[in-house]
Design a binder for this molecule. Structure first.
Ligand SMILES: Nc1nc2c(c(=O)[nH]1)N[C@H]1C(S)=C(S)[C@@H](COP(=O)(O)O)O[C@H]1N2
Ligand SMILES: [Mo]
Length: 521
């Protein structure tokens, strides 16, 4: 066995052990402090917007696993090189551990909601990794065992420096290495398993505390869905799209949760979950969509949301004149800025506690999230809410605004064809074309379909409970043989036709018409 191979393997295994030890410590104390999640979060925050857009577009919900996989890959290469260098100069192991620990600790401390403790798991993991690497190399490269084999390619090690006589060959003690390596691998597996078990136990405790939440009925319930609403009007919680930067889901205990409302208000307050539930609750069907959604894309859904209307609460607390931005801050440090005017203009902006008759799912912001009908999620729908600060747009740029996205985020009118699927092969005759269109706050007045270069023809609109939801539409198409392009466009309640000109989601939402190609036989 070659010396460099031994070094690389020892480096990777020691780092695996160190990382697993750090993850175990973090899982037990503070999951957000785990080095993988901390580094991943820092990478997400530092990723330039076009790359992030590309990742969301190409990878969808796989963006997070792919990111973590890439970080592990970089780690493997780095620690293999450190291990190889350390076979020659042991100081390389120390330097590698310092870099490894500093990177993790810096990333953890740079997280917006970091606590000083968050550096500890990374530093601990680095110390473990460095120490283990030195121990393994000492065992494996000591030329004392009779089984030791000379490494014909070996460079002179530290024991072969001039002044100590002729360069000796570095010997690899194969059996000692394999023993040490198996021990380290077993340790890494045990620590990693421990971290996973601890994490799962925490997750279980959180799920139980969520299931124990009993939400009061709304004092102002949602109007029943009008007769004739199509199936799929309400998106099931399990099918609702998820977009956020949280690699580790915030694990929030409802009993210790509180919401601080402060900044430019006459009476700052801190509200517990029980305080919120004591207030009058409204329930509404509202469509939420992501500014990153491409034309025809999947990041849109409609749910029945239960929550505390925000406007009366802010009026009670007294918004100071001049405050034009409400900044919502989440437990993990996301900031989402919403115009105060849109909160107070009569729309149903709310602090949501329930989604489709259940407490908010953890991925959708348990225990409390904001929702602002008519604004994209990044501008009005902060999940895992912790704080509301009244301030001004001049004084504060929220997370996405700092990255170049529009500061106010009003939803653009859009429409999508869901049936038939793109490139479907159909048989000639009556074919139902169906889909959704949305312009929350303004409502949808008309949806039209065009076949190839023909005239626009009105689709049938199914009934809706309010202007804040999408509209389902359908169109009976007498499909004739041949390849066809079907295109849709919507007109909002103000009479404005959706913008035809193609625009990318960045910086304030995609525009353009959704079209699909089908073949009729
Ligand atoms: N804390 C937090 N809230 C967040 C985000 C986030 O990354 N972190 N993403 C926002 C974005 S961009 C959107 S589109 C919506 C998505 O909400 P959903 O995942 O419940 O569909 O949440 C918003 N709220
Ligand atoms: Mo979004």
């Amino acid at each position: 066995m070659r010396r460099l191979g031994v070094g690389a393997a020892a480096g990777v295994l020691s780092a695996a052990f160190g990382t697993a030890a750090a993850e175990l410590l973090a899982a037990a104390v503070r999951p957000e402090a785990g080095p993988l999640v901390a580094v991943g979060g820092a990478v997400i925050d530092a990723t330039p917007t076009p790359v992030k857009e590309f990742a969301v577009r190409q990878l969808g919900t796989y963006d997070k696993p792919v990111l973590l996989g890439s970080i592990v890959l970089v780690l493997v290469v780095f620690t293999a090189v450190v291990g190889m260098l350390a076979t020659g100069r042991r100081v390389a192991a120390v330097a590698g551990a310092v870099i490894f620990g500093a990177a993790g600790a810096t990333a953890a401390l740079s997280r917006p909601a970091a606590a000083p403790f968050d550096a500890v798991p990374s530093l601990f993991g680095a110390a473990v990794a460095g120490t283990v690497l030195l121990l393994v190399l000492r065992r494996a490269l000591a030329p004392s065992n009779p089984d030791a084999q000379a490494d014909p390619d070996a460079q002179a090690g530290p024991e072969a420096r001039p002044g100590r006589g002729a360069p000796t060959r570095v010997l690899v003690d194969r059996r000692a290495f394999l023993q040490a390596a198996s021990l380290v691998a077993a340790g890494a597996a045990a620590a990693g398993g421990g971290a996973a078990v601890t994490g799962r136990a925490r997750g279980g405790a959180l799920a139980a505390s969520r299931e124990a939440v009993r939400l009061p009925a709304a004092t102002d319930p949602a109007a029943p869905l009008p007769a004739g609403t199509g199936p799929g009007f309400v998106t099931a919680n399990a099918d609702f799209y998820r977009v956020d930067t949280a690699l580790a889901l915030p694990r929030i205990d409802v009993d210790s949760w509180s919401l601080r409302v402060h900044g430019m208000v006459e009476q700052p307050v801190e509200l517990s979950f029980a305080d919120l539930l004591e207030r009058p609750l409204i329930e509404r069907h509202i469509t939420l969509n992501c500014v990153s959604n491409e034309v025809g894309g999947p990041y849109v859904g409609t749910a029945r949301w239960l929550g505390v209307p925000l406007a009366p609460l802010l009026r009670e607390l007294g918004v100071r004149p001049g405050a034009d931005q409400l900044v919502a801050r989440s437990t993990e440090g996301m900031t989402i800025g919403t115009p105060v005017s849109t909160v107070l203009d009569g729309r149903d902006t709310m602090l949501c506690v329930g989604m489709n008759g259940e407490p908010l799912p953890i991925v959708h912001g348990f225990p409390v999230r904001m929702l602002t009908p008519g604004l994209y999620g990044y501008a009005g729908a902060c999940k895992w809410l912790a704080e509301l600060e009244l301030t001004t747009f001049a004084d504060f740029d929220a997370y996405w605004v700092r990255r170049g996205w529009g500061a106010r985020g009003p939803v653009k009118t859009a429409s999508r064809i869901d049936r038939p699927r793109p490139f479907a092969r159909l048989t000639a005759g009556r074919t139902t074309v169906a889909g959704v269109a949305w312009a929350q706050g303004r409502g949808i007045a008309k949806v039209e379909i065009r076949v190839d270069d023909g005239d626009w023809a009105a689709a049938e609109l199914l009934p809706v409970p309010s202007v804040d939801t999408w509209v389902q539409w359908r169109y009976e198409w007498p499909a004739g043989a041949g390849p066809h392009v079907l295109t849709v466009r919507a007109t909002d309640g103000t009479g404005a036709v959706q913008v035809e000109q193609r625009a990318t989601p960045f910086p304030d939402g995609a525009t353009g018409q959704h079209g699909i190609t089908v073949t009729v036989a």
